[in-house]
Design a binder for this molecule. Structure first.
Ligand code: DC
Length: 221
């Protein structure tokens, strides 16, 4: 296994997770999806009737919240998390709880603990700026809002969800605003991040672009 760290940040629908997974495979690195941890916590709160907007509820829920990552799958106690954390409703919940500093600390600790002993690719919003400021490679993915909404729409339709394009577009706009204007760890590229615009490019092209960046930066040729 390689030992370096790759941070891949960007807004919703920029293709982060698909691309990050591919990069992890190519370079034999451990893949971590930080958004899944915020989603898992939002799901946990909702499932147990906690109030997403109540600080005491959040602090209490954090005491019992435990997530295990086994072979790339995320488990909330015995429950394997999959489609149930991928709904627009849980996306919204994740965006709300992600504003809380205690939640961010918990998620960051989980991520850093794994990154301490492994080469990793982590995708998220603040990986290059906050979670792994010392990552050897920092990528910031962008794409036009229309294209991001189209990708998310297609993904949900393929999963059999009953969604409208206009709703997804509005949802992404709202989430972009919430994620980039919040006070703590807002969505923004690190000063030393390389910006990769994925508009009009397929996954293979973007993966190749990033692969080349890593090969040249890590002198792997
Ligand atoms: O990438 P995603 O859609 O699964 O992320 C869900 C939410 O979690 C998103 O609205 C913002 C939040 N998030 C965050 O604040 N910081 C991260 N590193 C990852 C996700």
């Amino acid at each position: 296994m390689n030992k370096f760290k790759v941070a891949i940040d960007g807004p919703a629908g920029s293709g982060k997770s698909t691309i990050a997974k591919e990069i992890a495979k190519i370079f034999n690195l451990y893949y971590l999806d930080s958004g899944a941890l915020y989603r898992a916590f939002g799901y946990y709160l909702k499932k147990h009737g906690f109030d997403l907007h109540n600080e005491n509820d959040i602090i209490n829920a954090l005491k019992s919240f435990d997530i295990k990552i086994i072979d790339g799958d995320y488990y909330l106690f015995d429950e394997k998390l999959d489609f149930q954390i991928r709904t627009p409703e849980i996306g919204k919940a994740a965006s709300i709880v992600a504003k809380n500093p205690h939640v961010r600390e918990k998620v960051n600790n989980i991520l850093r603990k794994i990154a301490k002993n492994n080469g990793v690719v982590i995708d998220g919003r603040d990986i290059g700026t906050v979670v792994l400021p010392d990552a050897e490679i920092k990528i910031f993915l962008t794409a036009s809002i229309k294209e991001r909404a189209e990708r998310r729409y297609k993904e949900l339709i393929e999963k059999g969800e009953n969604v409208k394009f206009e709703d997804i577009l509005k949802d992404i706009e709202k989430r972009d605003k919430a994620d980039s204007t919040r006070k703590i760890a807002p969505l923004k590229p690190a000063d030393d991040a390389i910006i990769v615009d994925t508009t009009g490019k397929d996954i293979k092209t973007v993966v190749n672009e990033i692969k080349n960046i890593i090969v040249s930066k890590m002198n792997m040729e």
